[in-house]
Design a protein around this ligand. Structure first.
Ligand code: GLY
Ligand code: MN
Ligand code: MN
Length: 441
């Protein structure tokens, strides 16, 4: 869990980077309709949550470094006995102060009267335009209401600045408490993959295997997956964002499952590819070993001092050599890499930052150079090979095989730590786990 002191530390770190005489304004995520008057399960905006830990919609926070009467001001829903009976607990402005560290808090209904007064006299407004058009308009209205009063001496802000750069750079470096939560998110997702390897049977629907994941996530306190789970049997494993998950799993096919849990708002992101009947075929194993070796080479490059692209380059090199050895690609390995011929079978990148968002924030390049890895950064490493079912450039035996192996890896002082290593990925280990269970079943 992230404690109040840590949220306060984050706000201080951000405010220390804000220009003099400025204000930052951040809205909570809006509720989103799923059908008619029913909303999706609410998820707070990651930036808003990172700085406040405040879990409710209809809230706005203002950070005003140096403000005498308090630097952290929250606007939120008032407590309301009837609404709380129907929809659940609200902190109210009182709770925003007592439980979430706000220096000052007001009902959200009063924001039009109060916030322009907080903006007035500040030279700069940190606000991310273009993310929420509705809220953009509100911010403009507040600023315009100050501009309308210049003749009576009002001082409107002269500049809008993006908050994202400083804030997202803070979010890129995970604290000890964040690492602990992310380790747990990884363990929960790993347990779910183990459970699925034990449960899978030919004839099952993909969604029935997905149910094993959701149950394991939830019973461990991860109330939602970090993203819609991908459960692709056979050739469906070649569709990168396959989420229909409505086909039957077949004897002799692999199943590719990309499923991660969201725990305390932090994501995990694991892919495993395993045989529906518990045993890899010769072709499946041959391709799988190439992907596994490429992942291992990429994970080796995750260490302080490597740059962001090194794991990807290592993966591409092993994948290309391996595909050439198996006859999927022909020619000189260096030129296959240079001409990106490997992209026919490996068309995505080897990873992304991960944190509060599954594809987390943070720059991948600094001044046009790949970013150098430092302790506290967490990324996924997820190479794959996908041979389209209708790819006539390769022998028929390879067609329709899709494989990805994905783990979550933190950069540490000594090198790296894999958060998701509990779930096996070596062929022999997967087959052993699946066989043991089959015999017992
Ligand atoms: N599950 C999304 C990804 O692997 O990036
Ligand atoms: Mn994934
Ligand atoms: Mn991923």
């Amino acid at each position: 869990m992230i404690n109040r002191q840590e949220f306060a530390r984050r706000r201080r770190a951000l405010m220390a980077q804000m220009e003099e005489n400025s204000i930052a304004i951040l809205p909570a995520a809006p509720e989103r309709t799923r059908n008619r008057d029913i909303e999706y399960l609410y998820r707070q905006d990651s930036d808003f949550w990172y700085l406040s830990g405040f879990p409710e919609p209809e809230a706005v926070m203002a950070l005003i470094p140096g403000r005498e009467h308090g630097e952290f001001v929250m606007f939120c829903r008032e407590r309301n006995r009837e609404m709380e009976t129907w929809h659940g607990y609200r902190a109210g402005p009182e709770g925003a102060v007592s439980d979430h560290g706000a220096d000052d808090a007001f009902p959200i209904g009063d924001i039009d009267e109060i916030l322009p007064g907080l903006i007035e006299g500040r030279d700069r407004v940190y606000y991310d335009l273009g993310r929420d058009l509705e809220f953009d308009r509100q911010v403009m209205n507040w600023v315009n209401s100050i501009r309308a009063k210049v003749r009576s001496g009002a001082h409107p802000p002269g500049e809008f600045l993006a908050l994202t750069h400083a804030l997202h750079d803070l979010r890129l470096f995970k604290s000890a408490a964040e690492i602990k939560v992310m380790r747990r998110a990884g363990e929960i997702a790993a347990a779910a993959h183990i459970r699925a390897m034990k449960a899978v049977q030919a004839g099952m629907y993909e969604y029935q295997l997905e149910a094993e994941y959701l149950h394991e996530f939830m019973r461990n306190g991860a109330r939602a997956p970090a993203y819609p789970s991908i459960v692709g049997g056979g050739k469906n494993g070649c569709i990168l964002h396959y989420i229909n998950n409505d086909q039957k799993l077949k004897n002799g096919d692999l199943v590719l499952v990309d499923a991660g849990a969201e725990y305390c708002n932090y994501a995990s992101d694991i892919t495993r590819t395993f045989p529906v009947n518990g045993k890899f075929s010769a072709e499946q194993q041959a391709l799988y070993e190439v992907v596994l070796a490429s992942q291992s080479a990429a994970i080796d490059r995750v260490r302080p001092g490597s740059h962001w692209n090194e794991p990807h380059e290592a993966a591409v090199s092993v994948l290309t050599q391996g595909m050439k050895d198996l006859g999927l690609l022909n020619g000189d390995v260096n030129s296959l890499i240079e001409t990106e011929a490997y992209r026919r079978f490996y068309m995505h990148r080897t990873g992304h930052w991960i944190g509060l968002d599954v594809h987390d924030v943070g720059d991948y390049k600094v001044h046009d150079e790949w970013r150098v890895l430092e302790p506290g950064m967490v990324m996924t490493v997820e190479p794959g090979i996908y041979v389209a079912p209708d790819d006539e450039t390769v022998a028929a035996k390879w067609r329709g095989i899709g494989i990805r192996i994905e783990d979550d890896v933190a950069v540490t002082r000594a090198g790296h730590e894999v958060f998701t290593s509990d779930v096996p990925k070596a062929v022999a280990d997967i087959e052993k786990l699946m066989k043991k269970n089959r015999r017992a079943a």
